[in-house]
Design a protein around this ligand. Structure first.
Ligand code: HEM
Length: 474
């Protein structure tokens, strides 16, 4: 088993001097390439070839890094300039110690911008600063505590009826229409609507946000070409302006409902803990953090269910399994593949010495498939008793604040009956089942639209599964 600073079974003690893991100071030589890591250790062929922007990692990151989980759980990637960590215990231990492993680089551009991008961003007054996810202690925890209220279970539960109603409305639309692109017509828009409602942001500007959200993600995590960098800079600059326009309006009348209003009021009371720079940066970042993540997680969950039909049938028959199904889907295909940390003191992860200033790519999706922690990790197992241990929401002090909103949205799409039953019937194009479910539909005590009791129309329903636009890189 690989774990951080093996004598501690957790992250290395701060300031502790690091001893070599092997007489030569390097872990096992996995077949040298002539390349060396920043600590002078040989880089293996696999490590040298690893490129997260190309090839298998883009399609199936778990498979692409299986060799690492098995044989080289911590390695230096010369193409990325990061140390990559893939085993469950290591990834968890890195998350756990946010002092030794600072989150400050979490939103840093993974591909630095060319100098020409700077005047473009300046034109828009772009001044992205720390938010929450990339803030160090003690500022982070003070802020998190002050802003946590809206995420507490009872506050989240108050949104549930609206989320279920919305899900039902969206399903009604495509049922009436007779076919659906599940992503475009449901999994993209519902999380956006819920996110805006939760934040207290009005719907105007929604189209701009859709477009710019992608730009922010590419800006942070992508490898755009030189020309794309300039386009991305322009889009991010415009996104910044839209976000600021929204924020200014909200600040002028700060009594509204929603997390951003609450944050604005906390800013007025505690400007040292919730500074204006935070509000401006968070306004932009949270639109993506709350929307795209959830949208893709729900999409991935349904993709898994579509390819594991017997599991889906089980959920239909027993909606009590939905909560675990949500966790299992998050474990198998959460929407954030990997996260980042900066090493603040020399340390060791497993057998590998890591220097101060090293950047870490911690791969949650690999950790979620580590058989040292999850038995038969590739099975979608609704009865697994530790699914919830997955690291898709991170872990420790920075663990995702919105995780229960995301869970609620995916669960609402899965059921309880009749939602999943309808989709099941529709996908099966099974007229008998459709008739049965149409008859059983109660839609939470509201009358069903006439379409739902018309088997002929149901028979025409054709869910265009091929249109499920799964974005493997999350
Ligand atoms: C499936 C959906 C989601 C996934 C996979 C996800 C994932 C993550 C991850 C990996 C982190 C960093 C954790 C760490 O550093 O330990 C994070 C942080 C965060 N997430 Fe999410 N997230 C999701 C949905 C949401 C939603 C819906 C919201 C808000 C409405 C949200 C708000 C936040 C915030 C505020 C943080 C920063 C917490 C902190 O640093 O203290 N997330 N999320």
């Amino acid at each position: 088993m690989s774990h951080i600073d093996s004598s501690q079974s957790s992250a290395g003690k701060i300031g502790e001097s690091v001893k070599s893991a092997s007489p030569g100071g390097c872990p096992v030589d996995h077949g040298a390439t002539g390349l060396v890591s920043p600590t002078g250790c040989p880089v293996s062929h696999h490590a040298a070839a690893f490129d997260p922007f190309d090839g298998e990692y883009q399609v199936d990151p778990v498979e692409a890094l299986r060799w690492s989980v098995d044989r080289e759980p911590v390695f230096y990637s010369p193409k990325l300039g990061y140390w990559v960590v893939t085993r469950y215990e290591d990834v968890k231990a890195v998350f756990r110690d946010n002092i030794l492993f600072s989150p400050s680089i979490a939103l840093e551009k993974i591909t630095p911008a060319p100098p020409e991008a700077e005047p473009i961003l300046k034109r828009y007054g772009y001044a992205m600063d720390r938010t929450m996810v990339n803030e160090d202690e003690p500022a982070h925890m003070e802020r998190r505590r002050l802003l946590l209220e809206s995420f507490l279970p009872e506050a989240i539960a108050s949104h549930e009826p609206a989320v279920r109603r919305l899900t039902r409305e969206y399903m009604d639309r495509f049922v009436t229409k007779g076919k659906a692109d599940l992503v475009a017509e449901m999994f993209w828009e519902i999380p956006l609507t819920v996110a805006l409602h939760f934040l207290g942001v009005e719907k105007d500007g929604i189209e701009e946000m859709k477009q710019f959200g992608v730009a922010h993600t590419v800006n942070t995590w992508g490898r755009p070409s030189h020309d794309e960098q300039l386009k991305v800079a322009d889009a991010v600059g415009r996104f910044w302006q839209v976000a600021n326009r929204i924020l200014d309006k909200m600040m002028a009348e700060p009594d509204g409902e929603g997390w951003m209003y609450f944050s604005i009021r906390q800013h007025f009371e505690h400007p040292d803990i919730v500074p204006l720079s935070y509000l401006r940066s968070m306004m932009l970042a949270i639109l993506v953090a709350a929307h795209e993540t959830t949208s893709k997680a729900t999409t991935n969950a349904f993709r898994l269910l579509l390819s594991n039909r017997s599991v889906w049938v089980e959920i239909c028959e027993n909606p009590d399994l939905i909560a675990n199904a949500v966790e299992e889907c998050l474990r198998r295909a959460g929407s954030i593949i990997a996260w980042r940390r900066l090493v603040t003191k020399p340390t060791r992860i497993g057998e590998v010495e890591i220097p101060q200033g090293a950047k870490l790519l911690i791969v949650m999706t690999s950790a979620n498939h580590d058989e040292r922690h999850f038995e038969n990790p590739y099975d979608l197992d609704l009865y697994r008793d530790n699914s919830v241990d997955h690291l898709s929401f991170g872990y420790g002090a920075h663990q995702c604040m919105g995780r229960n909103i995301a869970r609620m949205e995916t669960a609402a799409a899965m059921g309880p009956q009749p939602c999943i039953a309808i989709m099941d019937a529709v996908l099966a194009a099974d007229i008998t089942a459709i008739k049965k479910h149409a008859a059983a539909i109660a839609w939470a005590n509201e009358p069903i639209g006439p379409i739902l009791s018309n088997p002929e129309l149901f028979a025409q329903i054709n869910i265009q599964m091929e249109k499920l636009r799964i974005e493997a890189a999350g």
